[in-house]
Design a binder for this molecule. Structure first.
Ligand code: 2E6
Ligand code: F3S
Length: 312
């Protein structure tokens, strides 16, 4: 059923980032090289479909290192782990392969360096998220978690002249700047990380969704509920002006009612989302008259990461 003016704005970039490509390829390569099963600690990336596909190929996902039987390979997810997890693996006689995204590792190294210099580190991030647990574990005595602007009032430091902020890689850029401003108000000598901790992929996907949010009445973000960067895209779309924005894992989760009175639909996907799932959403929309697709390009990405040493 085609009707006048209906169209789709498709965000670019969207979907897989370089860290996700590397992590998924690492599991596949480990399966090829060592055979099944390959144990993976935590979801390799936060996407239901990716996890289910790798399970079918012989990956076994566990939450704790202790669940892996001795003598096996354990792969650490793209979100990174605390040093104690490497120790657990060694104690369990496991061979560890680390699929932590190099941009997360960069934040770990910043945390270690500032802790060595005895700074108080204010880590902006979401409580309980795997990445924040891993980064905090690098210097637990020096790191305080700041989960958004509303947390700032309760933050305390030992020495106001030696404070630095770092962040999770997948936060909302604008909300993080609000948190930083509030922290700077409280601690005027607060210093910033040497380079962006919010990664290029997070920033670019938010830029594209911001552009489409101003025009699209509805934005559909493909991604899983536990995917921080995907959830942020929904928030950014709404703040950019979209009347409604929803997160779906699969096209069959879209509710026909969302389309009522909607001429322009924005579509994007989180950094852990395979393009095939976006294609299914585009097909679903085309079947309902939204078959005119216009690309909104905010950036062109060329980043690539080599596989973990053991697999390259
Ligand atoms: C590792 C670090 C950052 O929940 P989050 O957005 O962090 O994770 P994924 O797996 O959805 O996205 C990729 C990723 C991995 N981002
Ligand atoms: Fe890495 Fe950013 Fe992707 S931290 S895994 S490049 S979302």
């Amino acid at each position: 059923m085609k009707s006048e003016g209906k169209k789709v704005l498709l965000a670019a970039p969207r979907g897989f980032c370089a860290g996700v490509v590397r992590a998924i390829r690492a599991v596949e390569k480990a399966l090829e090289k060592y055979g099944a099963p390959i144990y993976v600690r935590h979801e390799i990336v936060h996407n239901k479909y990716v996890v289910q596909s790798l399970e079918k190929q012989g990956a076994i996902f566990v939450e704790q290192t202790e669940e892996v039987p001795p003598g096996n390979i354990v792969m650490f997810s793209a979100h990174g782990v605390a040093p104690v997890v490497h120790e657990e693996a060694a104690r369990g006689n496991l061979t560890a392969i680390d699929a932590t995204c190099p941009l997360v590792t960069k934040v770990h190294k910043e945390a270690v360096r500032f802790a060595k210099e005895d700074y108080d580190i204010l880590l902006i991030g979401h409580e309980g998220h795997e990445e924040v647990i891993g980064t905090s574990g690098e210097a637990p005595d020096h790191i305080t978690l700041v989960d958004g602007p509303s947390d700032v009032a309760k933050v305390e430091v030992r020495d106001e002249s030696k404070v630095v902020w770092l962040s999770q890689t997948t936060l909302s850029v604008d909300e993080t700047m609000e948190t930083v401003d509030a922290l700077k108000e409280k601690f005027p000598q607060l210093i910033s990380p040497p380079s962006d901790d919010i990664c290029y992929a997070t920033q670019n996907r938010q830029l594209a969704v911001k552009q489409m949010g101003a025009e699209a009445e509805l934005v559909i973000v493909v991604g899983s509920r536990n995917s921080s960067n995907s959830v942020r895209l929904v928030e950014v779309a709404k703040l950019a002006g979209s009347r409604e924005a929803y997160l779906v894992d699969f096209a069959d989760e879209i509710d026909e009612a969302w389309l009522e009175g909607v001429t322009t639909v924005g579509v994007t996907s989180g950094a852990s989302v395979p393009e095939a799932l976006v294609d299914q959403v585009l097909e679903w929309l085309a079947e309902r008259g939204y078959d005119d697709v216009e690309m909104i390009t905010a950036a062109v990405e060329q980043q690539k990461f080599a596989l973990p040493r053991e697999l390259s």
